[in-house]
Design a protein around this ligand. Structure first.
Ligand code: C2E
Ligand code: CA
Ligand code: CA
Ligand code: CA
Length: 279
């Protein structure tokens, strides 16, 4: 029985028991995954809207589960954050993405920027700027070839501290993007306090951009806002050439989406890159 306040007792229902044991099993499997190297990164290109040139790629985490196959991050990152496993997982992601990018450069592929997603917990971890600097140094990757994606809610929570962290990262030459821009219900005043490079327009605004006047207005405003603050702007979730044409008419700088490529495994992304540069 679970003890409630004021001496009340409430028994777990069978549903609660089932949910609790499923969670426990996932927790155990997740801890094993890190030891057994079951995680992998897939890469999705970031593309220049006007020229179609590939400018970089976002690293997206996948869990190759022995029975369940490829598990998307939404199914395990929230739990990993809760149980304190996002620290080691996030460190693995950062190192792996940086090392991969260095390898590609050593293989003679063009010098691109790799973007890594940072969770809230990771962003607040002690010495994040020093940790990132250490990884870049160990791996031997230029800071200008790393981009960190953080969401609005991550930086808005204790904005003063966030501003200092972003300043230290930016000072190293690392590129900073605000992910899922427009979904965070936050005030825009933070934009001028933070050292940022790019606003990333969330997929939810892009989806109906060519048919929904409100979405089009929002995207148009975000692009204008970004440019007036001298920031770059990238749209995510671009699936159709119609969406892309619309974004081009609004002067959006970059895009990401299935239209050009889904996130790809390392060998597939390599093949994609060689094809894109005509090698
Ligand atoms: P996000 O950072 O907003 O990433 C974009 C998501 O949209 C990715 O889902 C990507 O596969 C998907 N996507 C890209 N293009 C399209 C498109 O044209 N159409 C549609 N429908 N979807 C598209 P994914 O890979 O499942 O990742 C989901 C979220 O998990 C990410 O959202 C990010 O918040 C988180 N995530 C992924 N990798 C990491 C990581 O290494 N660390 C942390 N902390 N979070 C991660
Ligand atoms: Ca992202
Ligand atoms: Ca995101
Ligand atoms: Ca998003």
């Amino acid at each position: 029985a679970k003890r409630m306040g004021r001496g009340n007792y409430q028994f777990f229902t069978p549903e609660m028991n089932a949910a609790a044991s499923a969670r426990l099993a996932l927790e155990k499997a997740l801890r094993r995954a890190l030891d057994q190297r079951e995680f992998e990164l897939h890469y999705q290109p970031k593309v220049d809207v006007k020229s179609g040139q590939v400018l970089g790629m976002e690293a997206l985490l996948r869990w190759r589960h022995p029975e369940r196959g490829l598990v998307p991050p939404a199914e395990f990152i929230p739990l990993a954050e809760e149980i304190g496993l996002i620290g080691p997982i996030g460190a693995w992601v950062l190192e792996t993405a940086c090392r991969q990018n260095r390898d590609w450069q050593q293989q003679g592929l063009p010098k691109l920027r790799v973007a890594v997603n940072l969770s809230a917990v990771q962003f607040r971890q002690q010495n994040l700027p020093e940790f990132v600097a250490g990884v870049l140094k160990d791996v031997g990757l230029d800071a200008s070839c790393l981009e960190l994606e953080v969401t609005e809610s991550v930086v808005m929570h204790n904005a003063k501290e966030a501003a200092q962290i972003l300043e230290k990262l930016h000072a190293q030459g690392i590129h900073i993007s605000i992910d899922d821009f427009g979904t965070g219900y936050s005030s825009l005043s933070y934009l001028k306090q933070f050292r940022l490079d790019t606003l990333k327009i969330d997929r939810s605004f892009v989806r109906d951009i060519s048919s929904d006047a409100d979405d089009a207005a929002i995207v148009r405003s975000v692009i204008a806002l970004a440019h007036s603050l001298r920031l770059g702007v990238i749209a995510e979730g671009v699936e159709t050439s119609e969406q892309l044409a619309f974004l081009e008419s609004l002067d959006c700088d970059e895009y990401q989406g299935y239209l050009r490529s889904k996130p790809l495994s390392v060998p597939d992304f390599e093949a994609f890159l060689r094809d894109a540069i005509g090698a």
